[in-house]
Design a protein around this ligand. Structure first.
Ligand code: NDP
Length: 436
C-alpha cells in the first residue's frame, strides 16, 4: 500500500482482483509461496517524462507523459495511450493492471501495458495536436518496438493521434515498423474493424450473457454512456441486433431519444464536427431531450441493458440501485472499471448479468493483436473476416469466464471467472520463466 500511496484507482483495481483469488490460492498455495500474486501487482517498468511543446500563440506548454510496462510474461507490452487532463500515474497503473488480465483472457500472445498524458486535446488545433504527439514520441520511441511495447488508442486518442505518433516514430527510428502501433489507418497497415472492435466486442459478449437466460437484444431498451469510439460502435452493433439505444452521453450531459439514437447524426457531431452532445438534441428536434451534467444520471432511465462506455467509476452504487429497481437484465462494461465496487456488489447480489470490462471490452485489444498478426505476415483481411474472428474470440472469452466461474463454485459470476482465468494464465507463464 505504502509503495502505491495516493493511487486510489490502482488500489481499487487490485482489490477487486484479489477478492476473487482466495479460491485459487486454496487450490494452489504455490502462488503465494512463489510470491506470484505480489509480483503480478508490481509493474515491470514505469516511465514518466516531460513533454514540452509550443501552442498556436507561440507559448511553451509542458505536460507529463507516462508509460507503464506492466507485464510481458505472455508477449510484448500491449495497451493504449490516454490523453485526458485527469491522467496520473495511479490511473495508468490501474489501466495497465487491468490490461494484463484482459490480454491474457483473449488467449493471444500479448503482455499488458498502458500509457498516457495529462494533455487535454479538447479545443486544440490540428497543428497543436500534431506538435504535441511529435514531442511525446521524442521520448517514448526509445521504449517501443513491435517485439517490445505496442501502444494503441484510448480516451482522446484515435486514428489522427496514432497517425502523428507513428509518423514521428518512423522519422526517429528510420524504420517502417508497422507493428509498433495498432489502430493505424488502413493505408499504414491498420486492421479493418479495429475502430469498431471494442464496442462490437462488448455487444457480442453481452449477447452471449443474454443467451444464457434464453433472451437477446431484440426489442430491448438499451442505455449506453459516452459518445466516443466505444459508445458509437456499441450503439451500431446493438441496433443491428434489434435493440433500441435510447440514450448516450458525454462529459457535458446526456440525451434521450426514445425512437432510438440516429447513429449517422451522432457520428457526424462527434467524429467530424467534434461538438458537444447537446448539439444532437438541437439538430434532431422534437421529442429529444438534453439533460445537462449534474441534473440527473443517464442510469436513472428505464432500460433492459446498460452498457457504460465512458470512463472509470461513472456508474455508482446509487445508479446501480436505480438500474435494479427499473428491471435491468444485464450490464456490459465497455469502459475500463466504469462501475464502482459498490455498484458491482449491488448488481451481483441482485443476480443481474454483469460483464466486467476486462472480459467484455477485450475485443479492442484482441483485434489489435489481429492487426499485429496481419502486419507480421504483410497480409490484409476483409472487414467480414476480421469481425468473424472478433465474434469468435468474444464468445470464447465469455465461455472461458463462465466455465471458470462454474469450476470454482460460483456459476454465472463473470467477475470471478474473468479474474481467475486471467490470473492463472499470467501466473503460469511467469512461473515458467523463473523468478522474474
Ligand atoms: P473516447 O475519447 O473516444 O470517448 C470517451 C467518451 O467518454 C467521450 O464521450 C467522453 O466525453 C466521455 N468521457 C470521458 N471522460 C469522462 C468523464 N470523466 N466524465 C464523463 N464522460 C467522460 O474514448 P473511448 O471510447 O476510446 O474509451 C472509452 C472507455 O473505453 C475508456 O474507459 C477506455 O479505457 C475504454 N476502452 C477503450 C478501448 C478502445 O479500443 N478505444 C479498448 C478498451 C477499453 P467528453 O468528450 O465530453 O470528454
Amino acid at each position: 500500500m505504502r509503495r502505491n500511496a495516493g493511487e486510489p484507482e490502482f488500489h481499487q483495481a487490485v482489490h477487486e482482483v484479489m477478492e476473487s483469488l482466495g479460491r485459487v490460492v486454496a487450490k494452489n498455495p504455490d502462488y503465494l509461496e512463489q510470491a506470484l500474486i505480489e509480483r503480478i501487482c508490481e509493474p515491470e517498468r514505469q516511465i514518466i517524462f516531460r513533454i514540452p511543446w509550443v501552442d498556436d500563440q507561440d507559448k511553451v506548454q509542458i505536460n507529463r507523459g507516462f508509460r507503464v510496462q506492466f507485464n510481458s510474461a505472455l508477449g510484448p507490452y500491449k495497451g493504449g495511450m490516454r490523453f485526458h487532463p485527469s491522467v496520473n500515474l495511479g490511473i495508468i497503473k490501474f489501466l495497465g493492471f487491468e490490461q494484463t488480465f484482459k490480454n491474457a483472457l483473449t488467449g493471444l500472445p500479448i503482455g499488458g501495458g498502458k500509457g498516457g498524458t495529462d494533455f487535454d486535446p479538447k479545443g486544440k488545433s490540428d497543428g497543436e495536436i500534431m506538435r504535441f504527439c511529435q514531442s511525446l514520441m521524442i521520448e517514448l520511441h526509445r521504449y517501443l518496438g513491435d517485439q517490445t511495447d505496442v501502444p494503441a488508442g484510448d480516451i482522446g486518442v484515435g486514428g489522427r493521434e496514432i497517425g502523428y505518433m507513428f509518423g514521428q516514430y518512423k522519422r526517429l527510428t528510420n524504420r517502417y515498423e508497422s507493428g509498433v502501433f495498432t489502430g493505424k489507418a488502413i493505408a499504414h497497415g491498420g486492421s479493418r474493424a479495429r475502430t469498431e472492435a471494442t464496442g462490437f466486442g462488448n455487444t457480442y459478449f453481452t449477447k452471449a450473457m443474454l443467451e444464457t437466460r434464453q433472451t437477446s437484444f431484440d426489442g430491448k431498451r438499451v442505455v449506453v454512456s459516452g459518445a466516443g469510439n466505444v459508445a458509437i460502435h456499441t450503439i451500431e452493433k446493438v441496433q443491428s441486433f434489434g435493440g433500441t439505444v435510447i440514450a448516450c452521453s458525454d462529459s457535458s450531459g446526456y440525451i434521450i431519444d426514445d425512437a432510438g439514437i440516429d447513429l449517422a447524426l451522432l457520428q457526424e457531431i462527434k467524429t467530424i464536427r467534434r461538438k458537444r452532445i447537446s448539439e444532437y438534441a438541437r439538430l434532431r428536434g422534437d421529442g429529444v431531450h438534453f439533460v445537462p451534467v449534474g441534473k440527473g444520471s443517464v442510469w436513472d432511465l428505464r432500460c433492459d441493458v446498460a452498457m457504460p462506455s465512458a470512463t472509470q467509476n461513472e456508474l455508482t452504487g446509487k445508479d446501480a440501485k436505480s438500474l435494479v429497481k427499473n428491471g435491468v437484465l444485464a450490464v456490459g462494461e465497455g469502459a475500463n472499471m466504469p462501475c464502482t465496487p459498490e455498484a458491482i456488489r449491488i448488481l451481483r447480489e441482485a443476480g443481474i448479468l454483469f460483464g466486467p470490462g476486462k472480459a467484455a471490452n477485450a475485443g479492442g485489444v484482441a483485434t489489435s493483436a489481429l492487426e499485429m498478426q496481419q502486419n507480421a505476415s504483410r497480409d490484409r483481411w476483409s472487414f467480414e473476416q476480421t469481425e468473424q474472428r472478433l465474434a469468435q474470440i468474444m464468445k470464447r472469452i465469455h465461455d472461458r469466464c463462465a466455465e471458470t466461474a462454474d469450476e470454482y463454485g460460483a456459476p454465472g459470476d463473470y467477475v470471478l471467472g474473468a479474474n481467475i482465468a486471467g490470473f492463472v494464465r499470467v501466473a503460469e507463464a511467469m512461473r515458467m520463466l523463473g523468478v522474474i
